[in-house]
Ligand binder design. Structure first.
Ligand code: PRP
Length: 209
């Protein structure tokens, strides 16, 4: 029985293909040369779905994908019923979820205005900090918000830090470390145990090598 594997579009997809190829799972045509969103695999009878990052947990929770590969940020941000298990850290896509603000400007004492696309992560973080915040939901390019005085602070992913520097911002607190994770639908864990387990063991070996 083949596995249905949902992958994030973009960087995660490109970084995952070699890992899957090392496990003998490869799409039957070049995804870069196709607009298709579902690919059969050359061997093994699997399927690879190319999804938007936020949708990967949705597909896996609903069981239309057995396996999902996506960032820890996406998993933490996911607001669903968590009908999946996080089984493996693939050790790629490493970065940090951080707060950041304008260089040299202290945070105001009162209610903090925070712009982010990671609303759930941000709410949880400031709740733990017992800090009262006003959240401003953006879809990306959060670095703009403090420049336009839309917010005092942002919560975003930081990798090299170049985007912050280029926009006159500085990293402040680390909320959590992020990397690419493999998640498995709860039912698939039982009904396709052998296939799922074999893939996890193969990927573990690839990641370790
Ligand atoms: C992410 C993030 C930052 C940038 C950080 O955006 O939102 O803008 O990368 O990387 P750096 O620290 O190496 O500069 P991404 O390019 O993934 O696009 P997105 O805004 O669509 O998430």
């Amino acid at each position: 029985m083949g596995l249905i594997i949902a992958l994030n579009k973009g960087r995660i997809f490109k970084e995952c293909l070699p890992l899957l190829a090392a496990c003998d799972i490869a799409p039957d045509e070049d995804p870069d040369a196709s607009r298709k969103l579902i690919f059969e695999t050359r061997t093994g009878g699997h399927q690879i779905i190319i999804a938007r990052s936020a949708d990967v947990p949705t597909y896996v929770e609903h069981g239309v994908a057995d396996i999902g590969i996506t960032g820890k940020d996406t998993i933490l941000e996911y607001g669903g019923a968590m009908g999946f298990y996080e089984m493996l850290d693939l050790g790629i896509g490493k970065c940090r979820m951080m707060t950041a603000g304008p260089v040299g400007v202290p945070e105001p004492a009162g209610v903090l205005r925070v712009a982010t696309k990671f609303i759930n992560i941000t709410k949880d973080y400031y709740r733990q900090q017992e800090r009262q915040v006003s959240l401003i939901k953006l879809s990306g390019a959060m670095e703009i918000a403090p420049l336009l005085n839309l917010s005092d602070t942002i919560v975003d992913i930081v990798d090299t830090g170049n985007t912050l520097v280029a926009n006159g911002l500085e990293a402040r607190a680390t909320i959590c470390d992020i990397s690419t994770r493999l998640i498995v639908n709860r039912a698939s864990m039982k009904t396709k145990f052998d296939e799922v387990n074999e893939l996890i063991q193969q990927l573990e070996a690839v990641v370790a090598s």
